[in-house]
Design a protein around this ligand. Structure first.
Ligand code: PPS
Length: 306
């Protein structure tokens, strides 16, 4: 990616600067609701959401969809590295979520060369329709809800653009009610469950990536028809390990590096959840996801038993 990636890089830096320069104010100032879902005011606005309705996807876009804290930055780095390795170029990490920034920033996606790596936390209903009409290849990254919740709590408290919670218990109440940015974890997955049979949609989990990254890299690269040699897989594996990404995080994420790359582990929830909280998540899982394709993929009993 050449000139236009420089533009993207500027947009990314601009967003990081906007976050850095936010001083924590009240929740009312930091969050707004659009179509019943909470969003961060510093990063999102209604005008961009309206423009998104007419966003033109390209058939060769690589779309990544994630509920927050489920491995977004990891998968984005993986895709940049895969595309970079295949084209034999070091790509500048210029990614911004499509819903971030103003409509002009969204407009500049048109200048990005193919294949565009596009990522979003938006729920299915809010993703521009053209991605579905064009059957754009879409990778969904899932993470068990308990680790996602703990990661989210820590992120709220380290991110200037999000309100601070005085305690985990208070955050947990909001998480379980979907009263957090981007809404309910369960609603998000329930909506995606309806798309899991489509040939252009593939789901992987944070846990599978953590336990056997090479296998998942092969699956991901084959899915996007960007097949890698074993040597290329090893290179991408090395570049996208937690340690390596954390080390580079100041360059990629500025002062927020440590907020984005905190622990990168499976099971951190065990040191935070109380038994009743754990049971409450189990009940939600049972109600919404047990026995579904995504519910099965999550391997819930393995990762979420108290
Ligand atoms: S965000 O803010 O929604 O975009 O966050 P997201 O990138 O989706 O998720 C952040 C969590 O992913 C962990 N992470 C990783 N884990 C393992 N390996 C690698 N390479 C990696 N990169 C990011 C990150 O540490 C966050 O999880 P926690 O549990 O908070 O550490």
């Amino acid at each position: 990616m050449t000139d236009s990636s420089q533009t993207g890089h500027t947009d990314r830096n601009m967003l990081l600067d906007m976050i850095h320069s936010t001083s924590k104010t009240s929740s009312e100032d930091l969050l707004f609701t659009y179509k019943g879902v909470l969003y961060p005011t510093v990063l999102c606005n209604e005008e961009t959401f309206k423009s998104l309705e007419n966003f033109e996807a390209r058939e060769d876009d690589l779309l990544v969809v994630t509920y927050p804290k489920c491995g977004t930055n990891w998968i984005i780095q993986i895709l940049y590295d895969i595309v970079g390795v295949i084209s034999n170029k070091e790509l500048l990490l210029d990614n911004t979520m499509i819903e971030f920034g103003n409509p002009e920033m969204l407009e500049r996606f048109k200048d990005r060369p193919s294949p565009r790596i596009i990522s979003t936390h938006l729920n299915v209903q809010s993703i521009p329709k053209s991605f579905f009409q064009k059957k754009v290849k879409t990778l969904l990254v899932l993470r068990n809800p308990k680790d996602a919740a703990v990661s989210f709590y820590n992120f709220y408290n380290s991110m200037p653009a999000l309100p601070t919670y005085q305690s985990w218990d208070l955050f947990f109440k909001d998480f379980i009610q979907g009263n957090v940015v981007y809404g309910s974890y369960f609603d998000y997955l329930v909506a995606w469950n309806k798309h899991t049979e489509e040939h252009n949609v593939m789901a992987v989990t944070f846990e599978e990536m953590k336990l056997d990254l090479p296998t998942q890299l092969r699956k991901i690269s084959d899915f996007f028809r960007l097949s890698l040699s074993p040597e290329q897989i090893s290179l991408v594996e090395e570049q996208t390990s937690f340690t390596s990404m954390k080390e580079k995080s100041e360059a990629t994420h500025g002062k927020l590096g440590n907020a984005f790359f905190r622990k990168g582990q499976i099971g951190d929830w065990r040191s935070v959840f109380t038994e009743p909280q754990s049971k409450q998540v189990d009940a939600e899982f049972e109600k919404y996801l047990a026995g579904t394709n995504l519910g099965d993929l999550l391997n819930y009993n393995k990762y979420c038993s108290f």
